[in-house]
Ligand binder design. Structure first.
Ligand code: NAD
Ligand code: MG
Length: 397
């Protein structure tokens, strides 16, 4: 008997990770079926995806967007149901028809849907790192209590996961520490004094990866790596001092596990998110991803550097935030989301992003009780956004 196809909900299907996910899905129609797709702005692309993948459900944020979309879907001969509203994403993520959820929304906005998927015991493919940075221990409790299978999609965390045995119980005995690799972003060699003049267009042009605008700016400030340090703490249950970062500009080694016996396990590949996406989709099997494999004979030399505190101060906030009170990482994430949005809109300078993050952290101690509920964290996220706005008012040009 052929096994039933895995039914997917792809949250944020119109983004960089969302479209790459659909590219992998399209290679394996016998394995995967698309049950639901969601978009925030690009409803035109969502419609095109519906024509191709025929989902049962789509979610758009605004009720006003629904009637024209319904008409276009009907005109294309599709029975896709259009849902809207605050609860629609979480409802889709927890729907009984859904086996696996690809969480590819950007930012803390994706947290409620991730929590719903975790509580409903889904196979949860997590690209949306901010959700875990905000949710922290509450997120991991929901995964454990719901019996969900949490599969990292971030390339570094997928690399670590691929280097570890399937039996999670063996991880603490095996891992001495992990080394997350970082490309260093587009300004690794730029004159430090000129960083204040970086434009949004320069910041989103990443040398190795094609990604959405927010994560591209995060890569340029190295706040992306800070978020990934926090993400790794939760995914692999590590102490902050067990997480190290090394700059590896070629992005060929995606990360490494240094074992207790000093043996180092690494995962290598071309920098293409379809590899970790295919791994998450097919786990524990491996299927074609559509990415080219490495050609070792044409590889440039692999080099490694220590991250520089002066050049990328934001990176070092990660360890401080992990050692501080619970909720501090949520404050850092909220400040950074606000600062990156302001930078992309041209209201603050590139180097102000770090100022906003550090200043918001110092103005807003989280003061949460023990084992906070995720609603408390969402409330803290909102307060941190308000504080970050105040900080930015003092900076705006
Ligand atoms: P993107 O901006 O290209 O896409 C984001 C998607 O989320 C879009 O479909 C958008 O419509 C939707 N969205 C945005 N705001 C929303 C909101 N408030 N409510 C509901 N939907 C919303 O982003 P991306 O580069 O695909 O990144 C998605 C996530 O994956 C991020 O958390 C990012 O850090 C992570 N990630 C991305 C990459 C990459 O290569 N792009 C690699 C690793 C991790
Ligand atoms: Mg990454």
């Amino acid at each position: 008997m052929t096994p039933r196809r895995q039914r997917l909900a792809i949250l944020g299907s119109t983004g960089s990770i969302g479209t790459s996910t659909l590219d992998v899905v399209a290679l394996h129609p016998e394995r995967f079926e698309v049950f639901g797709l969601t978009a925030f702005r690009r409803v035109d692309l969502l419609l095109e995806q519906c024509r191709r993948f025929r989902p049962a459900v789509v979610v758009v944020p605004d009720e006003a967007q629904a009637p024209p979309l319904r008409a276009q879907l009907a005109a294309a001969g599709l029975k896709t149901e259009v849902r809207t509203g605050a609860g629609a994403l979480a409802e889709l993520a927890a729907a009984p028809e859904v086996d696996a959820v690809m969480a590819a929304i950007v930012g803390a906005a994706g947290l409620p849907a991730c929590m719903a998927a975790a509580r409903a015991g889904k196979r949860l493919l997590l690209a949306n790192k901010e959700a875990l940075v905000v949710g922290g221990a509450s997120f991991m409790r929901a995964v454990a209590q719901g019996g969900a299978t949490l599969l990292p999609i971030d390339s570094e965390h997928s690399a670590i996961f691929q280097c570890l045995p399937e039996d999670r119980g063996a991880w603490p005995r095996r891992i001495d520490h992990i080394v997350l690799t970082a490309s260093g972003g587009p300004f690794r060699e730029r004159e430090h004094a000129t960083l204040a003049d970086v434009t949004p267009a320069q910041a989103v042009a990443h040398p190795n990866w094609v990604m959405g605008p927010k994560i591209s700016v995060d890569s340029a400030t190295m706040m992306n790596k800070a978020l990934e340090v926090i993400e790794a703490r939760w995914l692999f249950d590590l102490k902050p001092e067990q997480i190290r970062v090394v700059i590896h500009p070629q992005s060929i080694i995606h990360s490494m596990v240094v074992c207790r016996d000093a043996s180092v396990l690494a995962q290598l590949g071309t920098p293409d998110m379809k590899v970790p996406i295919a791994y998450g989709l097919a786990f524990p099997e491996r299927v074609e991803s559509g990415a080219p494999s490495l050609d070792f004979l044409s590889l440039k030399p692999l080099t490694f550097f220590e991250p520089d505190r002066v050049r990328c101060p934001g990176l070092f906030l990660a360890w401080d935030a992990l050692r501080a009170a619970e909720g501090t990482t949520a404050v850092l994430n909220a400040a950074n989301e606000m600062a990156v949005a302001a930078f992309l809109e041209g209201t603050i300078r590139f180097t102000d992003i770090h100022t906003v993050n550090a200043e918001t952290l110092s103005r807003l101690p989280p003061a949460l009780g023990a084992a906070p509920h995720v609603d408390d964290l969402i409330d803290l996220d909102q307060r941190a956004r308000a504080t970050a706005s105040q900080v930015m008012q003092g900076l705006a040009r």
